[in-house]
Each structure stands twice: as C-alpha cells, then as structure tokens.
Design a protein around this ligand. Structure first.
Ligand code: NAD
Ligand SMILES: Nc1ncnc2c1ncn2[C@@H]1O[C@H](COP(=O)(O)O)[C@@H](O)[C@H]1O
Ligand code: PPV
Length: 262
C-alpha cells in the first residue's frame, strides 16, 4: 500500500473540492474511533478551517477521553483546527420523552433510537457547517458504505464529501499509523457507540472487518459455492447485509412520469 501517495491524494482532493465549492473548510464529528481520527487528520492537513465536534449522547467515558486525546494532539500540530464539545444528551432525552414509544409495543424502537443519535449528530454538523461556511465531511469506509451498509441513512451517512469511502478498514488503520495518530486511536476497537449496552461492530455484525474485506474484494467474481468453513459463514453475512443495503448504496428511487403524459 502506497500510504504517502494516498494521504497526499486525499488531502489534495479535499483542498480542491473546498476551493471549487468556495467554502472555508470542513466540519466533522470526532468519536474516539479510527475513522474519524484519520479523516480529521487529513482535513487538518489541508490547512483549511477545520471544526471538530465531539457530540456525546449518553457516551461512554473511554470514548470521550479518546476523542479529546486525539483532538488535543491535532490542535497542537495544526493551528487551523478548532474543536467544541456539544452535549446532545439533553436533546436526545427530550426526543425520547416526546416520542414516548414503548419498546414492548415496537421492538424496532431501540434500533430507531440508536439511529436517532446518529441523525442528531448529522443535524448538529449541518448547523455548525452552515454558520461557518464549512462542508460536512464524512468518515465512512468502503466496507461500511459500499459493502454492508453499516451506517445510519441520513445520520452519519448524511454528508457532503466522503474522503475515505474507497478505503478498506485495514487501510484506514494503516493510515492511522502512517499519520502517527495517538496510540489509543490507532488501537481503538470499531464500535458505532449508539447503544446503551456497549457492543463492538464485530459483535453486531458477526464478522471482523478483515474477514468482510476479503469477501468484498471477491464479491461478484465468486459465488457461495466457492466458499467453505469460516469464509462461507462470512460470505453469507456479507451477502445478506449487502442485499439489504442496496437502498443505501443506490440513488433514491424516483418515480418516473411517462413523457407523453405531460
Ligand atoms: N459506522 C458505524 O459503525 C455505524 C454508524 C451508524 C449506524 N451503524 C449501524 O448501522 C445500522 C443502521 O440500521 P439500519 O440500516 O436498520 O437503519 P437505517 O435507518 O440506516 O436504514 C433503515 C431505513 O431505511 C429505509 N429503507 C429500508 N429499506 C428500504 C428500501 N428497500 N428502499 C428505500 N428505503 C428503505 C427505511 O426508512 C428504514 O427505516 C445499525 O445496525 C447501526 O448500529 C453503524
Ligand atoms: N460521540 C461522537 N461525537 C462526535 N462524532 C461522533 C460521535 N459518535 C460518532 N460520531 C461521528 O459519526 C461517525 C460514525 O460513527 P461510528 O462511531 O462509526 O458509528 C464517526 O466517525 C464520527 O464522525
Ligand atoms: O467512525 P469512527 O471514527 O467512530 O470509527 P469506528 O467506526 O472504527 O468506531
């Protein structure tokens, strides 16, 4: 992997995009995970105005600590980086009480509220983006965005630009080392942090990112019959999630109106 070339390429891409869009820079959320750690660093390297938001919602202390360790490290290295903590817990609790849904009646309520956390962060990013002339920068990687659709539609999936969406998770980890991020971020275990009872991505999905990547790279060229053992198990997980995620991967369906009806 030509890490330095990839880093320079992404930094130039971000800079060119912001210049053409005539904006001051980017705003993004920093969670204490490796994806936002890498993306915030690449954004900082553009030299443009960068605003990092740490947005706790009933957040675990270790995630908040990691996020701030990374943010403080970036602020030391880059004078163009500013950061704020926006506590979204009260807003989330308010919504929770306002919707007044009982998860005994609606089993999907827990999932809907997990996704609501992500959507609250999205609206916060767009608020701070618009008032500061900044674009919202996404942090999704290739497995989450184009493999298994492991993100919240119009939550963390609602962004203006997506600089690492063509990188596999192992490549993101490689960039975190090359960029010399703080150790805690380099070693952070992937989690969506959206649930009251902590669960890692691997626990939720039933496979690791390296396992999923192997299947994603071969997807379309190999069929189920080509796999056995653990690979077969992961193929089934990947394939099921990929099919279910097509509505996220493809453009929104538009109902075409026949021309001769106009
Ligand atoms: N990066 C991360 O690690 C990360 C971040 C956020 C969320 N997540 C995970 O991602 C998952 C998100 O849940 P989700 O995918 O059920 O929620 P979602 O809200 O992202 O997508 C489901 C919604 O999509 C719409 N939809 C469903 N089928 C459709 C179709 N055929 N056509 C058009 N629209 C359709 C419906 O409105 C449905 O409520 C959760 O498991 C969450 O934990 C992971
Ligand atoms: N607590 C958080 N503060 C700021 N930004 C956050 C927080 N949690 C998540 N984010 C943003 O959303 C994406 C995706 O998050 P996952 O943890 O992978 O679900 C993350 O990269 C941050 O940009
Ligand atoms: O998106 P992040 O930064 O939260 O990374 P991860 O998904 O690995 O927790």
């Amino acid at each position: 992997m030509q890490t330095d070339k990839i880093i320079n390429h992404i930094v130039d891409w971000l800079k060119n995009y912001a210049t053409k869009a005539n904006v001051n820079g980017f705003v993004l959320g920093v969670s204490g995970g490796v994806d936002s750690g890498v993306v915030s660093t690449l954004c900082a390297m553009t030299g443009l105005e960068i605003l990092l938001l740490e947005m706790p919602i009933r957040q675990k202390e270790d995630q908040v600590n990691r996020a701030w360790e990374h943010i403080e490290d970036l602020k030391k290295k880059f004078s163009n980086v500013k950061a704020m903590s926006i506590n979204l817990t009260p807003a989330f609790e308010n919504l929770h009480a306002t919707f007044d849904v009982n998860d005994a009646d609606f089993p999907a309520e827990k999932l809907a509220f997990a996704n609501t956390r992500s959507r609250l962060r999205m609206l916060t990013l767009y608020y701070y983006g618009q008032i500061n002339g900044l674009l919202v920068c996404g942090t999704g990687n290739k497995v989450e965005d184009f493999g298994i659709g492991f993100y919240t539609k119009y939550g963390d999936g609602g962004v203006d630009v997506s600089p690492i969406a063509d990188l596999y998770k192992t490549e993101v980890y490689a960039l975190s080392k090359a960029l010399n991020l703080v150790e805690s971020i380099q070693n952070a275990i992937p989690t969506d942090g959206l649930w009251d009872v902590e669960r890692t991505d691997e626990q939720q999905i039933g496979a690791t990112y390296p396992e999923l990547e192997k299947i994603q790279k071969e997807y379309g060229t190999k069929a189920e019959a080509d796999y056995e053992g653990r690979d077969l198990e992961v193929y089934k997980i990947f394939s099921k999630m990929n099919k279910a995620a097509q509505h996220k991967i493809n453009p929104i369906p538009v109902c075409d109106i026949p021309e001769d009806w106009r």
